[in-house]
Design a binder for this molecule. Structure first.
Ligand code: ADP
Ligand code: MG
Length: 705
């Protein structure tokens, strides 16, 4: 059923016929290769992505506040003429922009922290809309406002409610708005997969109306149902793919029952140097039951860093080996693969199984040897990175695949991995330490059964969190030295590898240099690790830290992902406002791993916004990753939480997991119903073409490779 879609906005004759939604954005007039590259930073690659780039906010031009009526602690829009603007040099070379704007009722100071380029975008004597938080200072001032020239007389031509989009370097608000306006004006016919009665019941517009209204609503209120309709579309897309993949997988594949391996895995368990926690025991039981079946297991093991997921994976590997099959454990980085191997060494003792380690660092000769042993079945366990996915790798009898995904892989990779030939018959266990709200887990992992490790192993010392005022290198050095003198070692984490022109964020490279200049720290040893180092250099730095030769490890967020250094007692995070709560939580999990109490110190700058401080206070207060994830969800607006690749959920731009809980649940049943209906109409072939017609591009999830 193709809806003709009456054009609600006047079409312009000059616009080319609309390419289809899954065409690249550069098919749009005004988007060249360079702009397409910049848009990709916002995860906008196709026209569909562009249309789903939901506004972060709306500026209601009917609601301009006269400057004299501004209230502290609110978000507001003022319309005024720019009186002055200048760059102000601050401490440590930071450059702020300060400006004054006035209207008939008064004048107001505007400040942009660390964004010197703003100065060039503003012209004294011109009128602008400025929107942002109003903060009490000596007087009121507005911090980091968004702005847009006010064009006199043009107002009638512009929608009164203007969308405000999330941007990136080199993509201006007005430019993006114009591209989206063009795309909306020339929308092609759009198939709406959601039956009308369902939409009516949930008060949602059609897909086509939603695409228009979310960007250019008549009132800000009209935008919300439109956003929800787009959210539903995203959720449906994922659910349809997951359910389809799962059904196909279950129907066509038979795994081996690993029950003959039960005695071996029980011996392994009995030989462990510790007792499993209650939730570890429950997870083992659930996994054991799955592994005994001929239906391939598809299970997610969710647990905070340090909750003991690896030992469970190894237990399953021993069971697989006992049943005469092989296991592949896939880690996101070489260092983590090596760490799993070290854990295996530690825990296997007399009850373990032989294993091989296969990473990018493996020599060609070793690799050839390992490949032979995997092919003839002499090695029951291989631990490695993506190197395990290469084509020439063949298993004698692969029984189990463990993916330690942390948060590096998205839904897409996971499903394509599960359906890779040779792997598809195996049982699948996915490990993740991403603290994820339950609602979101449902949306993202709808095809997996869930086991949760809800407690930390006993004997773990607690980690305390402190917020300290960021100061000089010397004051940081004092904090670190105090820790070293008490026998501890410390991570110091920075958001960037190197300094750059655009920001004056402190960087790992520069600070490692500065800290090494402090003689006492130099003596304690300062190592440096970041993503731009070669694997070998990275490993050396981490080994120096692990062995205690270097007591300080300066790092970027590479340390976030599962790195286990039991002796680390302190983690200092600079610019903590640059990290999401989930990310901070993972960082905090790096310490307090052994029996010694851990400390997490956040260095907070004076100019850190009120909102960011609130977030950090929540982080300080809440220790549980799950709870933190729920909190994070509540504070961030729609699109913000999930819109960036940083969070590892590029699938969703419009979904607001708090407000859309009903849709998240509804999408699953709706997807099931739709799939069933289509399949009843004409079997699998019909079903596949229906999916392609309505969810073009979703087949990405479905194809292998
Ligand atoms: P995760 O992968 O969930 O981050 P690991 O499996 O790496 O956690 O476990 C972290 C550390 O805790 C490892 O050194 C592991 O041997 C140890 N450990 C795991 N389970 C327990 C337990 N029940 N009691 C004590 N120590 C445990
Ligand atoms: Mg781990």
């Amino acid at each position: 059923m193709i809806s003709p879609g009456k054009a609600r906005l006047e079409g312009r004759a000059s616009i080319n016929p609309m390419p289809s939604l899954h065409d690249p954005v550069r098919f749009l007039t005004g988007v060249g290769p360079e702009m397409a590259r910049r848009l990709a930073k916002l995860e906008i690659r196709t026209i569909r992505d562009l249309l789903f780039h939901v506004p972060r906010a709306y500026r209601d031009r009917r609601l301009v506040t006269p400057i004299a009526f501004l209230k502290p602690g609110t978000e507001a829009t003022v319309l005024g003429m720019l009186k002055t603007v200048r760059v102000e040099r601050r401490f440590r070379g930071r450059r702020d922009v300060s400006a004054r704007v006035w209207d008939e009722t008064g004048d107001l100071r505007l400040v942009w922290f660390n964004q010197p380029f703003v100065e060039k975008a503003l012209a004294v004597g011109e009128s602008y809309y400025f929107s942002g938080p109003v903060e009490p200072f000596h007087d009121l001032e507005m911090h980091n406002p968004e702005f847009e020239p006010a064009q006199e007389g043009e107002d009638s031509r512009f929608p009164r409610v203007t969308p405000v989009y999330g941007l990136t370097q080199g993509v201006a608000q007005r430019w993006l708005r114009a591209r989206i306006e063009d795309a909306v004006k020339s929308l092609p016919g759009i198939l709406d997969p959601v039956p009308e009665p369902w939409r009516r019941e949930h008060d949602l517009p059609s897909l086509r109306e939603a695409m228009e209204q979310v960007h250019f609503p008549e009132t800000p209120e009209a935008a919300e149902p439109a956003r929800r309709r787009l959210a539903l579309e995203e959720l449906l897309r994922v659910q349809i793919s997951l359910l389809y993949a799962r059904a196909r997988h279950r129907a066509r594949r038979a795994a081996r029952s690993l029950s003959p391996g039960a005695p071996a895995s029980e011996r392994f368990r009995a030989g462990l140097p510790f007792t499993l926690t209650r939730s570890q025991g429950e997870a083992l039981e659930q996994i054991g039951r799955d592994l005994d079946h001929l239906e391939p297991m598809r299970r997610l093991l969710l647990g905070d860093v340090g909750s003991g997921k690896t030992v469970i994976a190894l237990w399953a590997a021993v069971r697989a080996a006992g049943a005469g099959t092989q296991t592949a454990i896939l880690a996101p980085t070489t260092i983590l693969a090596e760490q799993h191997a070290a854990t295996a060494d530690r825990l296997f003792g007399g009850t373990g199984i032989p294993y091989a380690l296969l990473t990018a660092a493996t020599t060609a000769k070793e690799r050839a040897h390992i490949l032979r042993q995997l092919a003839d079945g002499t090695i029951p366990l291989v631990i490695g990175t993506h190197a395990l996915l290469e084509k020439d790798l063949a298993f004698h009898a692969l029984g189990l695949v463990v993916v330690d995904e942390q948060h590096r892989f998205g839904v897409r990779q996971r499903v394509s991995l599960a359906s890779k030939s040779g792997i598809e018959d195996a049982h699948l266990l996915v490990l993740t330490a991403t603290p994820i709200p339950r609602s979101l887990a449902m949306a993202l992992y709808g095809d997996l059964d869930l086991s949760i490790l809800s407690e930390r192993p006993p004997g773990r010392a607690p980690v305390t969190t402190e917020l300290l005022r960021a100061g000089s290198v010397e004051s940081l050095a004092r904090v670190l030295l105090a820790e070293v003198e008490q026998g501890g070692s410390a991570f110091v984490v920075y958001p960037v590898v190197e300094e750059s022109e655009e920001t004056d964020l402190k960087s790992a490279v520069a600070m490692a240099r500065e800290l090494s200049r402090v003689p006492a720290l130099h003596a304690a040893g300062v190592a440096l690790v970041h993503g731009r180092l070669k694997v070998e250099e990275r490993r050396q730095a981490i080994d120096r830290f692990r062995s205690g030769e270097a007591r300080i490890l300066v790092a970027t967020t590479v340390v976030e992902v599962g790195l286990d250094i039991p002796d680390a007692t302190l983690i200092v995070i600079e610019h903590p406002e640059r990290f999401g709560l989930a990310q901070l939580h993972q960082l905090r999990g790096r310490v307090g791993r052994a029996d010694r109490a851990g400390r997490c110190v956040l260095l907070v700058r004076r100019e850190t916004s009120e909102a960011a401080r609130k977030r950090l206070d929540i982080f300080k207060r809440v220790e549980n990753g799950q709870e933190l994830a729920e909190e994070d969800l509540k504070i961030r607006g729609p699109g913000e939480l999930l819109g960036t690749s940083q969070h590892g959920f590029p699938e969703f731009r419009a979904v607001n997991p708090v407000a859309d809980l009903d849709l998240i649940e509804g999408a699953r049943t709706l997807a099931q119903d739709l799939l069933q209906r289509e399949e009843m109409k004409g079997g699998e072939a019909k079903l596949k073409s229906w999916i392609e017609a309505h969810f073009a591009g979703a087949d990405l999830y479905l194809q292998s490779g």
